[in-house]
Design a protein around this ligand. Sequence first.
Ligand code: PMP
Length: 330
Amino acid sequence: MDYAEHVIDLVGNTPLVKLNSMAAGLRPTVLAKVEYFNPGGSVKDRIALRMVEAAERSGELRPGGTIVEPTSGNTGVGLALVAQRRGYKCVFVCPDKVSEDKRNVLKAYGAEVVVCPTSVAPEHPDSYYNVSDRLVREIEGAWKPNQYANPENPASHYHSTGPELWEQTGGRITHFVAGVGTGGTISGTGRYLKEVSGGKVQVIGADPEGSVYSGGSGRPYLVEGVGEDFWPTTYDKEVADEIIAVSDRESFETTRRLAREEGLLVGGSCGMAAAAALRLAERLGPDDVVVVLLPDGGRGYLSKVFSDPWMTQYGFLPPAHSGATIGDVL
Ligand code: PMP
């Protein structure tokens, strides 16, 4: 019989898939590392597993303990999965702007979700930041992974994503492209690939226009999970050779193309990273092998990037014409 002992054992070892139609006419081979194949549906399962294991070893997380983290998304799902397996409780703190669907995903895995008002200042006692800090103080046996400062976040990529890519490409990878949020993915994977290739692999970050990594101040953008308005300690400034800034429009257009042309229903930050990879590939040669990491799946974004009214509302699609067309519900 061939089966996994537990779904957690399926974290990592995600496939590489060639981009065909979208890379047509470009000289390099462009491959996507498709992270929605992780059991929690995103790249964040990798960091959740390693952060929890390290906290168990250091004694910060003890049997019966509670994981408290301000997160509404992928990291929460990964932590909830690992927590369930190891018998920990999870309390996630998220602002009220987070959709009910996203909160329900976390609850489905058994986590408790505490919702805070978005409209209050960070120093207000009810703010997202203050509530999570207070819960850590008040809950007996609480531990906060803090993905923005936890060295196990980049370390998980140094020990898993990086070696997988080197092996899967038979050492032929020449360029690695990833979006930057906490910076864990690009710092850990990039550092490994640079070391193993003797500095030959080029590492390229993709960043939403306006975020600090591409020289902005943190101006709001719509693509989720990437870009910051501060410099997290999990981002290693030494690793990236170049940062490519991508607009929301190009990110979302490219996200839609990944679904429609490549059969990859993925999130908006995947479109952003793919847009950067395609721009890079335009200036490379036939021996180059570009790998772009796609962090999550697209199901969590059906009412955003994959919704025509939402895209129109933000000016990314022209206003719909009034006549009924195929597909309209009449
Ligand atoms: N895309 C999505 C959807 C994410 O949730 C994240 C993590 N914040 C990233 C990209 C960026 O990954 P990292 O935090 O490792 O830089």
